[in-house]
Design a protein around this ligand. Structure first.
Ligand code: ZN
Length: 90
């Protein structure tokens, strides 16, 4: 399922606390899954590698509209649990 980044951000702010992390999280606190995917934004070229990574759950698509501070990672099981990357101190 593809979630528009803006809608996801609204849900996240309404129901879930924003979590910031410097690196890709190991585990989802909501469902306990170890499957955390990086979120790719923008218009992507169709490629075998993209499909492979999508199928493997390594990446998910964040949509072509990029908000100011989009989340960087997402739980594969639970799309509303996302993490924001922080570049200095969290
Ligand atoms: Zn989860």
């Amino acid at each position: 399922m593809l979630w528009d980044a803006g809608i996801r951000l609204m849900f996240e702010q309404a129901f879930l606390s924003v979590i910031r992390s410097k690196k890709k999280p190991d585990k989802c606190p909501e469902c306990g899954s170890w499957r955390i995917a990086g979120i790719l934004y923008g218009m992507l070229s169709d490629s075998p590698r993209l499909h492979r990574d999508l199928d493997a759950g390594k990446i998910v698509l964040g949509g072509s509209v990029v908000t100011d501070n989009p989340p960087a990672w997402q739980c594969v099981n639970y799309a509303f649990r996302t993490w924001h990357r922080c570049f200095s101190e969290c």
